[in-house]
Design a protein around this ligand. Structure first.
Ligand code: NDP
Length: 450
């Protein structure tokens, strides 16, 4: 690594000592940039990396709300506006009890590169709260969302910062957030949030976009390496928005999805999972995944054990799609997957693989589709939703899906071409970081020291 990169990384570690996820995300990116940085001494002269790793703005706020027992609850809200050099800040909101500043910053940091890779004019941001939507009534969710928006509305806008969904934030939450924004602002600013319902400014294919996009990227990556999805066995960690639509597209391409999970455990159905049952359980009833066994008693349920490899990764598969949360695959899990013959891993979740696990996959010739590139279809389609809102017009499902497919093909091409240019072989993790960085650094240099 270059001396300059080492110095910046050391300073990030010192200044953000308690933020291990953020440090991990920065470490991974900076480690890929050596050649680019060495070729451009002006980056160091103008402290580009120091500016890149410091958010433009961090907003934290109190979110008081009243539960169904009339008790006042208080959560913490966040919005990280990390880098706005190529467009309005853009990135989802996560509602999960694990949310803290480190997780928000790592997500916002990765979003900068992901958004740059889409080729669309969107900057990097992220937000959320340590609120746990699990087990809450609809009215509690609504009151929380309204209180969250009471503060967030000061900091967002269709040309300023455009949040969307992430873990724990789907169409229901976006609806409540949008309603409160509209009431406070007294204006119909459709482009202020994405992931909206179809009746009030949402885009067709947004719900499917991250999962479909992941499989479009996977298809391109496999094709480049003389492989395809047909007949492959697939396991998927998670059973939320990204997992469900990745499964749908993988099945459409002839793969067999045999396992999916939630945070409690996984179901294993060796004849292939019936996705309509998963949709009923997760999207309609909001139940636990083990309910699958009620109608499919031949399937198995394996519970997760604390501190052990998540159950879903103990099942043999050709292709593994982590679509749940960060650091789901550590070195031990990576070793098990390689032993079980995995040929490709597609990161639907953000940073699902630890750095040592990434290196292990690469050393063992596993094709790795990195999150920043492979799950960019969601935010790309959010940008298409913003375009439709600006035009006061909407495209058909097929039109949006076609554009999404084109964007994912371009993202893979840019990973492939960059890998070639920098002699990286099939290390698309590094090439995605470099390709994203080139666009961001060029915009930041053009705009002066700000
Ligand atoms: P959802 O809330 O719809 O689903 C999350 C899924 O992951 C659930 O099955 C959940 O299980 C599981 N999960 C969450 N946290 C944990 C945990 N700590 N341990 C084990 N399982 C967990 O979220 P999404 O599908 O939207 O997001 C999944 C991932 O994809 C996240 O990393 C997100 O950042 C990333 N992503 C999402 C995009 C989008 O458009 N939605 C875009 C790009 C990336 P349970 O219900 O038991 O909690």
């Amino acid at each position: 690594m270059s001396k300059y990169i080492n110095e910046v990384l050391a300073s990030v570690k010192e200044k953000n000592a308690n933020e291990k996820e953020f440090i991990q995300a920065v470490d991974e990116v900076l480690n890929s940039l050596k050649t680019v940085i060495e070729k451009n001494p002006s980056f160091e002269e103008l402290s580009l990396l120091e500016r890149l790793v410091e958010p433009e703005r961090i907003i934290t706020f109190r979110v008081p709300w009243i539960d169904d027992n009339n008790k006042v609850q208080v959560n913490r809200g966040y919005r990280i506006q990390f880098n706005g050099s190529i467009g309005p800040f853009k990135g989802g909101l996560r509602f999960h009890p694990s949310v803290n500043q480190s997780i928000m910053k790592f997500l916002a940091f990765e979003q900068i590169f992901k958004n740059a890779l889409t080729g669309l004019p969107i900057g990097g941001g992220k937000g959320g709260s340590d609120f746990d939507p699990k087990g809450k009534s609809d009215m509690e969710i609504m009151r929380f969302c309204q209180s969250f928006m009471n503060e967030l509305q000061r900091h967002i806008g269709h040309d300023l910062d455009v949040p969307a969904g992430d873990i724990g934030v789907g169409a229901r939450e976006i609806g409540y957030l949008f309603g409160q924004y509209r009431k406070i602002k007294n204006t119909y600013e459709a482009g202020v949030l994405t992931g909206k319902g179809l009746d009030y400014g949402g885009s067709l294919a947004r719900k499917e976009a991250t999962g479909f996009g992941l499989i479009y990227f996977m298809r391109e990556m496999l094709k480049e390496n003389n492989l395809d999805l047909h007949g492959k066995t697939v396991t998927i960690s998670g059973s939320g928005n990204v997992a469900i639509y990745a499964a749908q597209k993988a099945i459409e391409y002839g793969a067999k999805v045999v396992a999916m999970s939630d945070s409690n455990g996984c179901i294993y159905d060796d004849i292939g999972i019936d996705l309509s049952e998963i949709k009923r359980i997760k999207e309609v009833e909001r139940l636990r995944i083990k309910e699958y066994l009620n109608n499919y008693p031949h399937a198995k349920y394996i519970e997760n054990k604390k501190g052990k490899t998540p159950a879903v990764y103990t099942i043999k598969a050709d292709i593994v799609l982590p679509c749940a949360t960060q650091n789901d695959i550590n070195l031990e899990t990576a070793k098990l997957l390689v032993k079980n013959g995995v040929i490709a891993v597609g990161e639907g979740a953000n940073m699902p693989t630890t750095i040592d696990a990434i290196n292990y996959f690469l050393e063992n010739n596993v094709l790795l589709a990195p999150a920043k590139a492979a799950n960019a279809g969601g935010v790309a389609t959010s940008a298409l939703e913003m375009s439709q809102n600006s035009m006061r017009y909407s495209w058909s499902f097929e039109e949006v899906d076609k554009k999404l497919e084109g964007i994912m093909k371009n993202i893979f091409k840019s990973c492939k071409d960059t890998a070639k240019e920098y002699n990286l072989g099939t290390n698309y993790v590094a090439s995605a970081n470099i390709a994203g960085f080139k666009k961001i650094s060029s915009a930041m240099m053009a705009q002066g020291v700000i």
